[in-house]
Design a binder for this molecule. Sequence first.
Ligand code: MG
Ligand code: MG
Length: 596
Amino acid sequence: MRTSIATVSLSGSLTEKLTAASRAGFDGVEIFENDLLASPLSPREVRARCADLGLTVDLYQPLRDIEAVPEGEFGRNLRRARHKFELMGELGADTVLVCSSVSPSAVDDDALAARQLSELASLAADFGIRVAYEALAWGRHVSTYDHAWRIVEAAGHPALGTCLDSFHILSRGSDPKGIEDIPGEKIFFLQLADAPLLAMDVLQWSRHYRCFPGQGGFDVAGLVRHVLRTGYDGPLSLEVFNDVFRQAEAGPTAVDARRSLLMLQEAVGVAELPAPVVPTGVAFAELVTPDAEPVSALLGALGFARTARHRSKPVDLWELGEARILVNTGPAARRDGTGLAAIGLESPDPRAAARRAEALLAPVLPRRRAPEDVPLDAVAAPDGTELFFCATGRAPELPDWLADFAAVPHEPAPSPARIDHLALVQPWHQYDEAALFHRAVLGLHAQDSVDVADPYGLLRSRAVTDAGGRVRIALGVGAAPADDTLHAQHIALAVDDVVAAARAFRAAGGAPLPIPGNYHDDLAARYEFPDGELETYRELGILYDRDAGGAFRHCYTRTVGRVFFELVERDPGYRGYGAQNAPVRLAAQHAGRPAR
Ligand code: MG
Ligand code: MG
């Protein structure tokens, strides 16, 4: 099916929007009137630009408050419409959108609405244009799709059809099943948007919080299935008003938009993508750092041993049980400082995983970073984190990244551990995109988003995980561009006994994050602990959480660069990440850092 996007969904000038839509692979655009009015390009030039970019102009929406109005007003509306139809000829657009009236002078008279829309359609037909009538969820007298359809049906004009908009339908809680009663050829256009489930005024909800399908709480795919059963064969078009997308760069937003449509098309069975290959574990986490010393000291205190060195690059492998950390002191580190730059994911089929990622528009990284490297499949996540699809220990059938490393003499690591979760900081405008990316590309599930109070802002965090909890990635973001999200990136190590691990860390000279006594006083009020246990937590800075599935005990190291470690002891049934304790952790981290 053809795909389209409304220019209002993207930021920038009309030219920038068109370029972004074309690069992301859309077939067409809906041109929003304000975008044309503000453009120095004439309608003919816009048409030519679209043609150059391989885009059709699928819809134009210059008309408001047209129908069910007194005759004098309707006469003026027709005059305005004639002007716009002439312009549409130059623009190369053959479908005009007419939203249900919100005018105070509109009357509640379906017969009048039908007669006037029919007259408008007659005029449009003279210009070779079709009129698509859409019920706004806040329309004055027409606010549901079935009502708009009844008026279109009554008008009975071949150049008059309806436009369905998933937001207007689903935000009102209308049952989309009734769409199947509309003949497909009378559905002139389909606009798609999702939205988070919010209890708020529907107009504000629509104008500010729409998002791409799969990023909110609506069953957009379910609605599209009903539409497809009518035989509709027009474009799937995204019309998304969103405060964040308005500010973010058009290029990545258009890619995010197209990825959401690909997922939707896959869900409704009109596009075939390579099947998801869900990762089965974390092979490694790669830290980049300009200065190996503090990172090595931290890893050493945690019990990691330096076990191997890359054969051709300044990269060390550190291991503790099943947890592997690469420490890269190469050029990237000198540019960006200490941070978490790459994740190796164990994959049942690395090549197939990369093919899926590529089909979903993830940038594919060169298979060999240097001529002598083992060829690995890798893609970049929206935040720039490199994701490697690994087959650790499965050579010679599959390339094994470990073959790039030569063992160095070391003491065996004392205690078992593995990576429990990784927490990544997302750019503030890519939160929804990040969750959709990890679901789509890696086949992970997104858990609910949680808000966490920070002394200087608000963090939002959402984990993506596989069904078995072997891969858990927490995607965090500050709520405003200026937020300090310095303390969101971390590597959590699962240990069998967090008390023993915390003691060993201290004994080895590690610097734990101190937790205020008030926190433990509150714990005493909330939970009953065996004698002495809470005192131990207080002494070691251990935090505690519990859900229906069990308990979670965890503590933190101080931050090095932009990264810190967490030690966690997780009861098998506990599903969370100690979000309840995050405000205390964030405050402690702010208190412990040098003054700005
Ligand atoms: Mg709409
Ligand atoms: Mg954590």
